[in-house]
Design a protein around this ligand. Structure first.
Ligand SMILES: Cc1cc2nc3c(=O)[nH]c(=O)nc-3n(C[C@H](O)[C@H](O)[C@H](O)COP(=O)(O)OP(=O)(O)OC[C@H]3O[C@@H](n4cnc5c(N)ncnc54)[C@H](O)[C@@H]3O)c2cc1C
Ligand SMILES: NC(=O)C1=CN([C@@H]2O[C@H](COP(=O)(O)OP(=O)(O)OC[C@H]3O[C@@H](n4cnc5c(N)ncnc54)[C@H](OP(=O)(O)O)[C@@H]3O)[C@@H](O)[C@H]2O)CC=C1
Length: 327
């Protein structure tokens, strides 16, 4: 038995790579600092049920990704979401329907990565701090000081600031990861016991501190006990208010929401705020994945491509492809 392949990160990119390697007969072992999988496709369990705080939906423009999403749909992991879409610009809220197919995980966004993980071996609550090369194999060190290994190869599938540190054994890869600037996003959720009197289910915004809002219960399979809304601030607003206390963020964004939604908005029965420090790359790249095939060290993530769920999946596939072709 050869040593397994370590994958650091159980977001879409890491699990895409894990699936491809597992399908090719390779043993993998996954690590994530969080308590569960999903990364930026996480759903937060709350008094109002599970709320999608990160990725809201995804589109499938690449043929390979579109095919795999059809398989996920057949297995019940995802469903189409066709919200009543609006656009808010120059102070005006107007319907903005389109033909785009948008997908969501069911019954919550994180259900997709849970399903992809399946029974693969995983270590949650395990923050990797160092990836080191032994004589013939790789080892990992975690924040508790524990060592893991031996591994034949390592795939780093974290956002670029964490990846840069973990790729220190391959300075060129580390430098590339370090060159990627990420933008933050403040996300807030509000739950109302009485449904708001509006037809809006999803809305793109301009000229506002907000860039997006969604009615969580309009997505398929969601709990409907409260009328729960998720709001995302723009990158610019989030950057300017990066260190604001959560209560102040909730107050500001509640004000922006109440001002634009065009109906009475009572005090919410439930509210929460979450800061995504590394929400999205400032620009897209065409790297696919990063590889030092001779060393056996790889990196993948949305930041290697489009900064979207589709980009993360494609990047994971590319890391796995490059690793397999070098075996
Ligand atoms: C607010 C927000 C809204 C978004 N909306 C959309 C959308 O509507 N549509 C869309 O297509 N995309 C959207 N995105 C982008 C999408 O979520 C990402 O492109 C995608 O989920 C990235 O996947 P990933 O696997 O590359 O990274 P991540 O999901 O970030 O996964 C990385 C994983 O690595 C783990 N990790 C990090 N460091 C370590 C470490 N040292 N040790 C162990 N584990 C570690 C993390 O815990 C995480 O689980 C949104 C993102 C945000 C933040
Ligand atoms: N907040 C983050 O950190 C973050 C947000 N991301 C958002 O993810 C979606 C995904 O992009 P994708 O290209 O897959 O979806 P769309 O085609 O739905 O949206 C692309 C942009 O196009 C505009 N748009 C699309 N449909 C409409 C419509 N019916 N009416 C008005 N405008 C529409 C909109 O851009 P603008 O607001 O016009 O600039 C969409 O954003 C996307 O929303 C990202 O913002 C990804 C990663 C991180």
């Amino acid at each position: 038995m050869s040593a397994p392949i370590a994958i650091i990160g159980t977001g879409m990119a890491g699990l895409s790579a894990a699936q491809a390697l597992h399908a090719a007969g390779q043993n993998v072992e996954l690590f994530d600092k969080s308590r569960g999988s999903g990364g930026r496709m996480a759903s937060k369990r709350s008094d109002a049920g599970a709320v999608d705080l990160g990725a809201q939906y995804f589109t499938a423009r690449d043929r390979r990704f579109a095919e795999v999403v059809q398989q996920w749909r057949d297995r019940g992991w995802v469903a189409e979401w066709s919200p009543s879409l609006y656009n808010f610009s120059e102070g005006r809220l107007l319907p903005s329907p389109d033909e785009q197919i948008r997908w969501v995980g069911t019954p919550r966004m994180s259900a997709i990565t849970r399903a992809l993980l399946g029974a693969l071996p995983v270590n949650f609550g395990c923050r990797i701090t160092e990836v080191f090369r032994g004589e013939r194999h790789w080892g990992l060190q975690d924040a508790e000081g524990l060592s893991h290994g031996p591994f034949s190869h390592v795939i780093v599938a974290t956002p670029p600031p964490q990846a840069a540190a973990l790729l220190a054994a391959a300075p060129k890869l580390a430098g590339t990861a370090a060159s990627v600037a990420m933008e933050p996003t403040w996300a807030v959720a509000f739950g109302f016991s009485e449904p708001l009197d509006t037809r809006v289910e999803g809305c793109f915004l301009q000229d506002s501190p907000l860039e997006w809002m969604a009615r969580n219960r309009s997505k398929p399979g969601r709990e409907t006990s409260l009328d729960t809304w998720v709001l995302h601030a723009t990158s610019a607003w989030s950057r300017q208010h990066l260190d604001l206390p959560k209560e102040a963020v909730i107050e500001h964004l509640y004000g922006a929401f109440a001002e634009m939604i065009g109906c009475a908005v009572p005090a919410p029965n439930f509210s929460l705020a979450h800061r995504w420090l590394y929400a999205r790359p400032i620009q897209a790249h065409q790297w696919g994945a990063l590889a030092d095939a001779d060393l056996g060290l790889y990196a993948c993530g949305d930041w290697c491509l489009s900064g979207r769920v589709e980009g993360a999946w494609l990047s994971g596939q590319e890391a796995a492809r490059r690793l397999l072709e070098h075996l």
